[in-house]
Design a protein around this ligand. Structure first.
Ligand code: SF4
Length: 313
């Protein structure tokens, strides 16, 4: 099984936009494509629109309901068609491990989509694309990101980390959930979660410790949702340093004074921004080869996604 990633069809290069163009993403087409299986969706084409077509927009009515209307003739309302499409399409997407949507679109945008009132006045970038709103409601744990935000290295790294973690969890539980599997999974993710959110690290630990209080299906979904929310926090240099120092603690008794100092200095130089995360991580892994420690070596923190994506440099 490969990672299945939903994607706005225009981001994959399909000429399905209202102007007949596309919004191909080099990152999606070149770097990510060999690692995932894309599930492209163009919700507007799926409800029978053509390309090119009149532009549409989000409009707030007097009862605070959001509609998807044609910009130059707001009497043409696509809301019901789009909602009917999501009702049939979304249940087919339960095996996805992530979704990349096209920014600013009144159908696909994840946030900050322009919203208009019934008189045509802009209310601000307050909307969420109608299709993506329903998607995120149906799958609140699903990592969703916009094509434009993937240009930001920290946001890109964060999204990819969530996608691969989500997939790992789905794979682990695919033959059935058990508390034993959850405990083993959580044990591997402790330091990755700690790097993203020390608070969530403690809360997830509590959730796993109280596993017997939950119905299995509830716990399976709750853990994934909480894990994805924890990983959504950007891992800061300070938090990575904290994790590196914890990991160093597992090795310190087998290291010479010089080796200890070298590792401490490298972690400190990472903390100051002089070397990338990869530098102390590589040295830690080198020491782990000399003095194996299964608990530490198994930490997902060392390899949350394939190295060749180059996201840790
Ligand atoms: S943003 Fe969404 S609806 Fe618009 S062209 Fe791209 S895939 Fe289709």
């Amino acid at each position: 099984m490969t990672i299945k990633l939903g994607i706005s069809a225009c981001v994959l290069g399909d000429k399905v936009r209202y102007d007949g163009g596309h919004k191909a993403s080099a990152f999606c087409l070149q770097q990510l494509a060999p690692l995932v299986e894309y599930v492209p969706v163009c919700p507007e084409m799926a409800i029978g629109m053509s390309a090119p077509r009149p532009a549409i927009r989000l409009q707030l009515d007097d009862e605070n309901k959001v509609h998807l209307v044609q910009s130059n003739n707001t009497a043409v309302d696509h809301t019901n068609s789009m909602l009917a499409f999501t009702e049939t399409k979304l249940p087919q997407l339960s095996s996805l491990s992530g979704y990349i949507v096209c920014a600013k679109s009144p159908s696909c945008g994840m946030e900050r989509v322009r919203l208009f009132d019934v008189k045509g006045q802009q209310l601000g970038k307050l909307g969420v694309g109608l299709y993506t709103r329903q998607l995120m409601h149906a799958y609140p744990w699903l990592p969703v990101e916009e094509d434009g935000r993937l240009f930001d290295p920290a946001l890109k790294e964060n999204f990819i980390c969530r996608v691969f973690s989500c997939y790992d969890y789905q794979q682990t539980m695919q033959d059935g959930f058990s508390v034993g599997k959850l405990v083993a999974f959580h044990s591997r993710y402790k330091f990755l979660v700690m790097a993203h959110s020390p608070v969530a690290y403690r809360e997830l630990g509590r959730l796993v410790a109280q596993a017997k209080l939950f119905a299995p299906q509830e716990l399976q979904q709750r853990y994934l949702l909480d894990l994805m929310q924890a990983l959504k926090n950007i891992a800061t240099r300070k938090q990575h340093t904290n994790v590196l120092q914890h990991l160093q603690g597992f090795l310190k008794h087998g290291l010479t004074a010089d080796a200890k100092q070298e590792l401490s200095e490298l972690i400190h130089r990472y903390r100051q921004g002089f070397v990338p995360l990869l530098a102390p991580l590589t040295l830690l892994q080198h020491h782990l080869k000399q003095q194996p420690n299964a608990y530490v070596s198994n930490q997902r923190y060392f390899a949350p996604y394939p190295e060749n994506l180059g996201l840790r440099a």
